[in-house]
Design a protein around this ligand. Structure first.
Ligand code: HEC
Length: 412
């Protein structure tokens, strides 16, 4: 826990130390979702599936504990016992000195499973009976967050999937606030932003970061993108066990009646078959192309946030070049690991300048907590520096362009 830098989280029960930075929520048209794009089918182009994932598995590590045997190679009773032995609620903790089977203990202290692990959740149509649930592309633990219909006291109450879809609709309405900083207004006025747009095109950034949402909506294999692979691998262990993704029609009341109508979730153009992980994730994991809207608010960069430079570390000259004046602010080591913010303009320099990036990576790799967490800022080697044939002014212009992508990026 103490290894995790500020602004990062780790929520996947996959036995891989793959902390990720908390992403911004400008979700509209930036599907698929999750750093690796694993949430790719469902209403709202995968957004309802990631919202469901948060509520069905990430805050509920007990659900589908039987999968631990197959996926993590951890006996399911050992998995359950490990979580229960130090449960936050003392009533759930395994009794000291008395041998018990964790699954039997759990039912003894929480007899009604619908008020315990399955509270507000239904099982997907073809995923089996709890706890022997099968994963699918729609729900990686077989559960779907869907509180009972007709409860006026619960704003999440509705027909099947209502709450997840409502959250998706809300998130898709969020836009980055306009960048009204003095630096941005100056860069717009001087023509630097427009020159930067041309550099962006010339450096082939727009082949993947396609305007106006600055993404191609694709998952790129980690072998091509080269960023730290740990997070890309989080679902590979499930690939062999996937069942066809199915849901109930959206007018189905909850609890689900016996005659409820079932729909196949379409997976064409997403994965080879309905029971395989998305293209790009297979065979070795991948990362989806991040949208670039609101970058001025979301430093540090890359899924691991490893591309981080604090303000005051660089000094900028009139010709657009920079010098490192304070190396102690480089990397997560010099910023979020010490709860100091990363600076957007300086961190973007580190994204596109290979010499500065090497210093940032070295600062991350000198920090054992970051090494354990697989946070290093490597990869995405698309540089706009003198070695790539660009002047310092062009690099500065590109950064100003990236910082200007706010609520209305289509104007570029
Ligand atoms: C081959 C496709 C591809 C090309 C070309 C490409 N990118 Fe990316 N970009 C990606 C992917 C994939 C990611 C996510 C990688 C990760 O997080 O591990 C990404 C991430 C980023 C991020 C981080 C966003 C964030 O919120 O953390 C920025 C900024 C960025 N790219 C800018 C650029 C620029 C500038 C160029 C051109 C010099 C460029 N990209 C070229 C695919 C590409």
């Amino acid at each position: 826990m103490l290894d995790v830098p500020f602004g990062h989280f780790e929520s996947l029960p996959d036995s891989i130390n793959n902390t990720t930075q908390i992403p911004s929520l400008f979700t509209f048209q930036s599907n698929p979702y999750g750093a690796d794009g694993q949430f790719v089918v469902s209403p709202f182009a995968g957004l309802s599936a990631i919202n469901n994932g948060v509520h069905s598995s990430e805050i509920n590590l007990l659900a589908a504990y039987q999968l631990s045997e197959k996926v993590l190679n951890i006996d399911s009773e050992v998995y359950l016992g490990t979580i229960l032995q130090n449960a936050a609620d003392p009533k759930l903790r395994l009794p000291a000195g008395e041998p018990v089977k964790p699954s039997e203990w759990l039912r003894k202290v929480a007899p009604d499973v619908t008020k315990a692990e399955l509270e507000d959740r239904v099982t997907a149509p073809n995923t089996g009976d709890y706890p022997n649930l099968q994963p699918s592309l729609f729900t990686y633990n077989g559960l779907i967050f869907s509180p009972n219909s007709g409860n006026p006291d619960d704003i999440a109450s509705g027909t099947f999937l209502f709450a997840n879809n409502a959250m998706s609709a809300f998130q898709n309405s969020l836009v980055p606030p306009a960048n009204r900083t003095e630096e941005n207004l100056r860069a717009l006025k001087s023509g630097s932003v427009i020159r930067g747009a041309k550099v962006f095109k010339q450096a082939n950034c727009a082949t993947c970061h396609i305007p106006p949402f600055f993404t191609d909506n694709k998952i790129h294999p980690v072998d091509d993108i080269g960023t730290n692979p740990a997070r890309a691998q989080s679902r590979l262990g499930l690939n062999k066990f996937l069942v066809k993704p199915q849901i109930y029609t959206l007018d189905t009341p909850v609890p689900i009646p016996a005659n409820a109508q079932v729909l196949d979730v379409p997976t064409e153009d997403v994965s080879e078959t309905p029971t395989t992980l998305p293209q790009g994730i297979l065979p070795n994991g991948g990362y989806k192309t991040t949208s670039l809207r609101g970058l001025y608010l979301s430093a540090p960069y890359l899924h691991d946030g490893g591309v981080a430079v604090g303000s005051g570390s660089l000094s900028f000259a009139k010709d657009g070049s920079f010098t490192v004046v304070d190396p102690s602010g480089l990397g997560l080591t010099g910023t979020l690991s010490q709860t100091k913010p990363a600076d957007a303009a300086s961190s973007l320099r580190a994204l596109v300048d290979r010499e500065l990036r090497a210093l940032v990576i070295a600062a991350n790799k000198a920090n054992p907590a970051l090494v354990r967490s697989n946070l290093d800022g490597t990869g995405h080697d698309f540089y706009v520096d003198e070695q790539a044939g660009f002047s310092p002014q062009q690099q500065a212009d590109l950064v100003n362009f990236l910082l200007a992508l706010d609520d209305d990026p289509s104007r570029f």
